[in-house]
Design a protein around this ligand. Structure first.
Ligand SMILES: C[S@@+](CC[C@H](N)C(=O)[O-])C[C@H]1O[C@@H](n2cnc3c(N)ncnc32)[C@H](O)[C@@H]1O
Length: 236
């Protein structure tokens, strides 16, 4: 049976070519004006040396990080996008679905200082994936997520649930994509359940727009309980 999750990944197999074209011709205005810079600055401000880009797509962020001498590794579930990222110069890009990553079925390296996901967490049950990513971070590592702003996208129906992106207004052939809208508290809870603590939140905005262009979450690994107790007692 087709689930929204499988239809979602399948839509990327269909939309890969059009997506590469849209990203590389700079035809998505919000990316060009606001969100590309927002995630790049959020990642750079943490001064990481070793980054994993989860759901890296055609790899623009991998290239932007490599240009700044950051060792960036990508992973994505669509073969055409992975191939495009490799062909554009990123040598370390893995092909794996989120399901495989959640079950640690594919080795994509570890000891990352930072894992980022730019508009790439679109499915419902993100907790097992985030928990698996947590295990790939160095102690105290950072997770940076940029996503659709739930308030902007909710259009009067502010609750968790599946929605549909039709890509209306985009050039090319597109298959509609199911995606899961998550409220702010739902994001917070998912991070918490996956062992992360929200450390920062931004709502990147264009000066000429009254609405935020995205939601950007910065989370840190929750210290183990024993470390928390030691810290609370003020012991070394
Ligand atoms: C909107 S694109 C973002 C790509 C890239 N992060 C960027 O900023 O251009 C979403 C990405 O998530 C990937 N993706 C979605 N569902 C996935 C899944 N279940 N497993 C692996 N990758 C998935 C898609 O293949 C696609 O590359």
């Amino acid at each position: 049976m087709l689930t929204p999750e499988s239809t979602l990944l399948q839509s990327w197999h269909h939309n890969a070519r059009s997506w590469i074209e849209a990203v590389r011709t700079g035809s998505i205005e919000s990316r060009l004006q606001v969100t590309d810079q927002a995630i790049l600055l959020a990642v750079l401000s943490r001064q990481p040396e070793h980054v994993l880009d989860l759901g890296c797509g055609e790899g623009w962020l991998l290239r932007a990080l490599a240009d700044r001498a950051i060792q960036a590794v990508g992973v994505d579930g669509d073969a055409a996008l992975v191939e495009a990222a490799r062909a554009a110069g990123s040598s370390r890009v893995h092909l794996a679905s989120y399901e495989e990553l959640a079950e640690a079925k594919v080795d994509i390296g570890n000891n990352y200082d930072l894992i980022c996901a730019n508009f790439a967490l679109l499915h419902q049950d993100i907790i097992p994936l985030l928990a698996a990513m947590n295990a790939l971070l160095v102690p105290g590592g950072t997770l940076v997520i940029q996503t659709v702003h739930p308030w902007t996208a909710s259009v009067g129906d502010y609750q968790d649930g599946w929605r549909e992106e039709t890509f209306a207004g985009f050039k090319g052939q597109w298959q509609p994509m199911p995606w899961y809208l998550r409220t702010l508290s739902s994001w917070f809870n998912a991070l918490d359940m996956a062992g992360f603590r929200l450390a920062g939140l931004q709502e990147p905005q264009h000066p000429q727009s009254p609405m935020p262009q995205s939601l950007l979450l910065v989370a840190e690994q929750n210290p183990p309980i024993t470390a928390k107790v030691v810290a609370a007692l003020g012991a070394d």
